[in-house]
Design a binder for this molecule. Structure first.
Ligand SMILES: CC(C)(COP(=O)(O)OP(=O)(O)OC[C@H]1O[C@@H](n2cnc3c(N)ncnc32)[C@H](O)[C@@H]1OP(=O)(O)O)[C@@H](O)C(=O)NCCC(=O)NCCS
Length: 179
């Protein structure tokens, strides 16, 4: 049972739990998704430690993401607390948008924050194609990405520090998010 009582949380999903039956909302206007800024750095560092452990980005990398013009940095809020973070940027070499990092605090996972952050980043960056890299064993993230339209388009052998392979996944955003 995924539905837990989360006071004052806006439900993103229909109660049927059926996939592909999401309530149509404009995630850019979702009040719980906001632009992240320098004042969020400490909370984002904590989110990175909790979500990614040894894979967490260093604080200066996060600072760079928050300061780089054109990088989309969004936070998910619950009762004014940062519970999720995403950063995405355009890569000038391959012309794609890339999800740099996305993570939701464990106690807030399964409520739709991850999907909302991804869709908001896609819409704000507005690339023709969005890509990301994910651990081959990260089943939860893989299911979410596939549900949102991402498909494997490459493999990065031993991409992660512990030797695990990464899958590169890509989504065409042309029809869905571009103006
Ligand atoms: C991957 C991650 C970002 C997903 O965030 P999330 O907020 O849990 O994502 P969502 O809630 O949008 O969707 C996740 C699942 O919950 C389900 N779900 C979401 N809200 C639901 C609801 N209200 N009722 C029932 N199911 C729900 C979704 O269908 C999905 O199901 P699945 O696991 O079977 O695919 C999160 O698990 C995370 O931070 N993991 C650790 C860091 C990480 O691995 N990041 C990705 C690196 S590439």
């Amino acid at each position: 049972m995924r539905w837990r009582h989360l006071p004052s949380f806006t439900r993103l999903h229909t109660p049927s739990h059926a996939y592909n039956t999401y309530v149509m909302i404009d995630v850019i206007d979702a009040p719980f998704i906001r632009s992240a800024g320098l004042s969020d750095l400490s909370a984002i560092r904590q989110q990175q430690r909790v979500c990614f452990g040894a894979d967490a980005y260093y604080w200066w990398t996060l600072l760079g993401l928050l300061l780089t013009p054109g990088t989309v940095s969004l936070k998910a809020l619950q009762n004014n607390k940062l519970v999720g973070f995403i950063a995405a940027e355009a890569n000038p070499f391959d012309g794609c948008g890339w999800i740099v990092t996305v993570g939701v605090l464990p106690e807030f996972q399964g409520y739709g924050f991850g999907a909302a952050l991804l869709q908001a980043a896609e819409r704000q960056l507005n690339p023709a194609r969005m890509r990301l890299t994910v651990r081959v064993g990260n089943q939860r993230a893989l299911r979410l990405y596939e549900r949102l339209g991402y498909r494997q388009c490459g493999t990065r052998p031993r991409y992660y520090a512990d030797g695990e392979d990464g899958w590169v996944m890509e989504k065409s955003c042309a029809a869905e998010t571009r103006a």
